[in-house]
Design a protein around this ligand. Structure first.
Ligand code: UDP
Ligand code: MG
Length: 331
């Protein structure tokens, strides 16, 4: 087992990335070796079902700094990052996607920035998103607008999960009691001194996006409910508005009745029922989001379970031999 302390930990979450994995390693390996500092590359295999696990084991054979942390099942991008944060031993930690959309060459700029400017966080900020599809760009813009409003101005616009943090930040994040943390919001929220490095986001080098619509919606709901009770207040305002509208409808209906011109008026009835019903359902749904969050955190279930860590397995055996003794990382 390697015991020496690494200066840099690079954390890469991977979910079914067999297509891009060889390209990623081809580019990453010489780059990390060339930095001239000790490092570990932690690949968090987020329960991949394709050949990712096998390819990782193969690559780790002649790359001692490559460390594989395999989660027992697909737990999501942010949970995989949490696993990396827990397990990293470096003085600095860089998180990067596997698809090479974030150019690994920028890591050297991150390190230079952290040393020159004496900061704890260096955000990679996309200066150009033209390589993303129109849908991705638009939904991302809406997401960041919403987040800036909810969390405050300090969220670096268009900063994803490509960044460097110091050990102080890693420890602070690991000490947070909350589950389902959204790193791109939690890290600015912690408020450590930060710097930014601009970079041009490339296209995904191979494979397809692992962020489907439901995962994107999940991230948005988690982001909103983790940081703001504003939607609950919105529900109150909508409820009040609905109440006022229904009052007006009732007064109108009574006036018509008293005037003796009682009309069949089922349209207005249907409309009123529809409007009020919609507002009530919306409010219930919003409440439900927060209740679900409370429920989940009261369960105190681990966000992920690590089935295998190559650090504990110097001979690089198979996953199955260690998978039955999962080590419970409480998030
Ligand atoms: N990812 C993961 N678990 C998931 C979904 C994604 O670990 O459930 C990883 C994926 O392998 C990649 C990163 O998260 O390294 C970002 O995913 P992707 O590039 O597909 O997202 P996009 O850039 O399309 O938003
Ligand atoms: Mg990507």
């Amino acid at each position: 087992m390697r015991t020496e302390q690494s200066v840099l930990s690079v954390v890469v979450p991977m979910y079914d990335e067999e297509e891009v994995l060889p390209l990623f390693f081809e580019r990453m390996h010489p780059l990390l070796d060339g930095l001239g500092i000790s490092y570990e590359l932690i690949v968090v295999d987020d329960g991949s079902r394709d050949r990712t696990a096998a390819l990782l084991l193969e690559a780790a054979r002649d790359w001692p700094q490559l460390r594989i942390v395999r989660l027992l099942r697909n737990s999501g991008h942010q949970a995989a990052l949490s696993a990396g944060f827990r397990r990293a031993r470096g003085e600095f930690l860089v998180t990067i996607d596997a698809d090479l959309q974030d150019p690994p060459e920028v890591i050297a700029e991150f390190l230079a920035a952290v040393r020159e400017q004496d900061v704890d966080v260096v955000y990679g900020v996309r200066s150009d998103r033209s390589s993303d599809t129109w849908v991705k760009r638009t939904t991302a813009r809406m997401y960041y607008r919403l987040m800036c409003r909810l969390v405050g101005e300090e969220i670096p616009f268009d900063a994803g999960d490509f960044r460097l943090v110091s050990r102080r930040v890693v420890d602070a994040v690991n000490a947070l009691p909350e589950d389902g943390r959204v790193f791109r919001l939690v890290i600015p929220w912690l408020g450590f001194p930060s710097a930014q490095v601009r970079y041009v986001r490339a296209e995904r080098m191979a494979g397809t996006t692992k962020y489907n619509l439901s995962k994107m919606l999940r991230l948005t709901f988690d982001s909103v409910t983790a940081f703001s009770a504003a939607p609950l207040r919105l529900a109150t305002w909508l409820g009040l508005l609905g109440g006022l509208v229904s009052c007006a409808v009732v007064i109108g209906a009574l006036a018509v009745k008293l005037a003796g011109r009682s009309v069949p008026g089922w349209t207005s009835t249907v409309l009123a029922v529809g409007v009020i019903g919609a507002i009530q359902l919306l409010c219930l749904g919003l409440l439900g989001e927060y209740v679900a969050r409370l429920f989940q955190s009261s369960q105190r279930r681990p966000q992920f379970l690590v089935g295998y860590d190559s650090l504990d397995d110097p001979g690089h055996h198979t996953f199955q031999e260690t998978a039955d003794a999962p080590d419970k990382d409480m998030p």
